[in-house]
Design a binder for this molecule. Structure first.
Ligand code: NAD
Length: 262
C-alpha cells in the first residue's frame, strides 16, 4: 500500500455488515491511510458496525436515518465539532420496498416510488450539500449506482429509476460543487452478495448470469470496488468529476450472452 489517503478523513455511510459495499470501500480507504467516521442506521446496525469500525481504528460513529432531518443535522454537527472539516464522503445507501423488487415495474406504487427516490437519490443531494460545508479545501463525494439505471435488468424496477435519477444528480452536483474544488462521482459495481442485493427478485440467478457472461467471467469483488473508490477519493482522481466508474468485470459492454450460454 502507498498511503494514498494519508492525511485525509471522511465519512462512510451505509455499512450494514461485513458484506456491505461500504465496508469494502472503508477497508480499502483505511489500508491507504485514511481516517474514517461511520454512520449506521439505528441501534441494531450500530451493534454490527461498532466492531468493524474499531477494526479500522475508527471511533467516530453517528446514527443516521437519511429520511430524518434531525438525525442528519446531529450527525453533521458531530462531524464538525470533532473534525472541523472532511476530505471525502461515501454514500452507499439505497432502499425500496422488497415487494416491488419482484413482479412488474408497471405496478410500482406512488408511495414506494417516493420512498425509493427519497432514500436512494435525494439523500445523496442532501448529504452532498451538508458535506460541502465541511470541505473548505475541496473534497470528493462518492455514491454507488448500478447498471439497471439505463438498461432493464430483471426485477430492479423502481430502483432502476432511482439510480437513473442518482446518476443525473451526480452530474448536476459535480457542476454545482466543482468551483469549490469538490468532485462528485459514482461507482457502479455489478451484482454483489449483500443485504440490499438479496432483496432484488431472482438475485441469485442474476449473479450467476453475470458471472458466466462478463468478459472477465466473474463478478466484482469488494476489493475492486474499494480500489475504484480509493482512486476517486485520492489525489489521483483530482481531475475526475461527474463520472460513473463501472466495476462490473466488463458486463456492461455486452450486447448478448456469451455464445456458450446461448
Ligand atoms: P447493504 O444492505 O449492505 O447496504 C445498504 C445500506 O443502506 C445499509 O447500510 C442500510 O442501513 C442503508 N440504508 C437504507 N435505508 C437507509 C436510511 N433510511 N437511512 C440510512 N441508511 C439507510 O447493501 P449494498 O449492496 O452494500 O448497498 C450499498 C449501495 O450499493 C446501494 O446504493 C446499492 O444500491 C448499491 N449497489 C449494490 C449492488 C449490489 O448488487 N449489492 C450493485 C450496485 C450498487
Amino acid at each position: 500500500m502507498a498511503d494514498l489517503m494519508k492525511g485525509k478523513r471522511g465519512l462512510v455511510m451505509g455499512v450494514a455488515n461485513e458484506r456491505s459495499i461500504a465496508w469494502g470501500i472503508a477497508k480499502a480507504l483505511h489500508a491507504e491511510g485514511a481516517e474514517l467516521a461511520f454512520s449506521y442506521q439505528g441501534e441494531a446496525f450500530g451493534k454490527r458496525v461498532e466492531p468493524l469500525a474499531a477494526s479500522v481504528g475508527a471511533s467516530l460513529l453517528v446514527d443516521v436515518d437519511v429520511t430524518n432531518d434531525e438525525s442528519m443535522d446531529a450527525a453533521f454537527a458531530t462531524l464538525k465539532d470533532s473534525w472541523g472539516s472532511i476530505d471525502f464522503l461515501v454514500h452507499a445507501i439505497a432502499f425500496a420496498d422488497k415487494n416491488e423488487l419482484a413482479g412488474r415495474f408497471s405496478n410500482t406504487s406512488r408511495e414506494n416510488f417516493a420512498t425509493a427516490l427519497n432514500i436512494s437519490c435525494f439523500s445523496f443531494i442532501d448529504v452532498s450539500r451538508r458535506a460541502a460545508e465541511l470541505m473548505p479545501e475541496g473534497g470528493s463525494l462518492i455514491t454507488l449506482t448500478y447498471g439497471g439505471s439505463n438498461r432493464v435488468t430483471p426485477f430492479y424496477n423502481v430502483m432502476g429509476v432511482a439510480k437513473a435519477a442518482l446518476e443525473s444528480s451526480v452530474r448536476y452536483l459535480a457542476n454545482d460543487l466543482g468551483p469549490q474544488g469538490i468532485r462528485v462521482n459514482a461507482v457502479s459495481p455489478g451484482p454483489m452478495k449483500t443485504l440490499a442485493g438479496a432483496a432484488i427478485g431472482g438475485a441469485r440467478k442474476t449473479f450467476r448470469h453475470t458471472e458466466a457472461n462478463s468478459p472477465l467471467r466473474q463478478n466484482a469483488t469488494l476489493e475492486a470496488v474499494g480500489g475504484a473508490a480509493v482512486f476517486l477519493a485520492s489525489d489521483y482522481g483530482n481531475c475526475t468529476t461527474g463520472e460513473i466508474v463501472t466495476v462490473d468485470c466488463g458486463y456492461h459492454v455486452l450486447g448478448m450472452p456469451q455464445s456458450e450460454n446461448l
